[in-house]
Design a protein around this ligand. Structure first.
Ligand code: ARG
Length: 477
């Protein structure tokens, strides 16, 4: 191609080139197949930029009106699918400029003044993520709500508390479920905290050095809902911390969902038998007619791996990149999009599974005292009688060994046998050997006592509402 006039109509560059890109390069370069989902954000940023150009005297009143009208029309065409990218549109920005030129002719070419795809893409991705982080927080809160509802139904249900997946001490089932809710509420809090740092607008940084045109970064930032413009134009186009941090939050959400999933897998085994998934959230086997499989929980567990991979992958992409923009940064989008897509699939499915699962309360309650889970209560009773904990631990340990041999429970040992194990092991220790007593005794703040669980339910409910208020404030702004 001889000059810019005759270069492919969709390309945003070409003036200085005498030949079109090789097919292999074009194929490597193209990102429109995945960055097209930024179209609505790119158009929003374009409208803000058009206003800033008008403010700088670079578009007159009529031109601004035409520009905004065309951008709105293009946005509608994007929404309905009437305007689609072509494969020779290198990226979303190229495709949308083509759409603008088709509508406005030469006037469409004025919008590119003072901006570059470098500040554009960083802005678009922030806008996309600030939207989607709220969507995901909403889904996280839905799952919190579902877990909290089940916890509320079983606030005082005795259950085995485990460490090392071995019976440790009895807990209330509600307390156990709320432990997952706290992890997920921290994730919501992380979304909010992330958003505070992500609310910085790169638009106006241009390629890297800002612009010689009298643009107003404060106005453009405010119009796009950011708290402030970027303080350094080089950082504005180089920084992908917001994408990495988002992936960290997403990966940790994935890990939390995986841990919920793992417990559902365990609880629905015939060995545990604590819960059964509703038919609508279970799957069958193609060969074994009796099977009811917890695929939903396994996929929650399995899909966390790919999000963790995306986080590690993006960190590796960024490591060693010189300032400012490098094309490597184009690799930021697919991991982020896939993390969003993955979580938006897993979260509602897991929520549904939790909401509809049948909890086998009698199996859970019957398992609570197993494994000598009241041994610590016996030792702490002796401590209250003045026995040093070391001795109490030793004496109760010997009692456990005896019961294990004779297959009895701790309270079923005769007075004589108790005293023969240790003189400190007085038979009145039996008074603390009930599950309900053990639970009620753990009544300190954060403890598993039913009364504490009820208080915790109220706190959690308040946190869920606070999260919801944050999510909806955005939608109505
Ligand atoms: N598609 C590119 C990306 O995602 C847009 C920025 C391209 N900038 C450039 N100077 N080639 O990062």
């Amino acid at each position: 191609m001889a000059d810019g006039e005759t270069s492919a109509p969709t390309r945003l560059w070409g003036g200085r080139f005498t030949a079109s890109p090789a097919e292999a390069l074009a194929a490597l370069s193209v990102s429109v197949q995945f960055d097209w989902r930024l179209a609505e954000y790119d158009l929003r940023a374009s409208k803000a930029h058009a206003r800033v150009l008008h403010g700088a005297g670079l578009l007159d009143e009529r031109e601004l009106a035409l520009m905004l009208g065309a951008l709105d029309e293009l946005a509608a065409a994007v929404r309905t699918g009437a305007f689609r990218p072509q494969i020779d549109d290198e990226d979303v920005h190229t495709a949308l400029e083509r759409g603008l030129l088709e509508r406005l002719g030469a006037l469409g070419g004025k919008l590119r003044a003072g901006r570059s795809r470098n500040d554009q893409v960083a802005t678009d991705l922030r806008l996309y993520l600030r939207d989607h982080v709220r969507f995901l927080a909403g889904q996280l809160l839905d799952l919190c709500q579902a877990l909290t509802a089940v916890a509320g139904e079983h606030a005082d249900l005795p259950a085995p508390g485990m460490t090392h997946l071995q019976h440790a001490q009895p807990v209330t089932f509600g307390h156990h479920l709320l432990a997952h809710v706290h992890a997920l509420l921290r994730d919501v809090d992380r979304c909010r905290d992330w958003d505070r740092r992500a609310a910085v607008c790169p638009l106006g940084a241009g390629a890297l050095a800002g612009s010689s045109l009298p643009l107003d970064p404060h106005t453009v930032a405010a119009e796009l809902g950011f708290d402030a413009p970027a303080a350094n134009s080089i950082d504005a186009v180089s920084d992908r911390d917001f994408a990495v941090e988002f992936l960290f939050v997403a990966a940790l959400v994935g890990v939390h969902l995986s841990r919920v999933g793992e417990e559902l897998v365990l609880w629905t085994t015939s060995e545990f038998g604590w819960a059964e998934l509703d038919d609508a959230f279970a799957t069958g086997s193609s060969i074994m007619p009796q099977k009811k499989n917890p695929d939903v929980a396994e996929l929650a567990r399995g899909k966390s791996g790919r999000i963790i991979g995306h986080l590690a992958g993006l960190l590796a992409t960024l490591k060693g990149l010189p300032l400012a923009y490098d094309r490597d940064l184009q690799e930021d989008k697919e991991p982020v999009f896939d993390a969003v897509d993955t979580l938006r699939l897993v979260l509602p499915a897991l929520r549904g599974a939790v909401e509809t699962m049948h909890v086998h309360t009698e199996r859970i309650e019957a398992a609570a005292p197993r494994g000598f889970s009241l041994a610590t209560d016996a030792a702490e009773y002796l401590v209250r009688q003045g026995v040093p904990f070391r001795e109490a631990h030793e004496a109760v340990g010997r009692l456990v060994a005896l019961c294990d041999r004779q297959e009895s429970s701790l309270g079923d040992v005769s007075d004589e046998q108790m005293l023969s194990i240790s003189p400190v092991l007085t038979p009145d220790v039996r008074a603390v050997l009930t599950v309900s007593g053990a639970l009620a005794a753990r009544s300190q703040y954060g403890g598993t006592a039913p009364a504490q669980v009820l208080a915790q339910l109220l706190d959690v409910q308040r946190d869920i509402e606070s999260g919801r208020a944050w999510v909806t404030a955005w939608a109505s702004s």
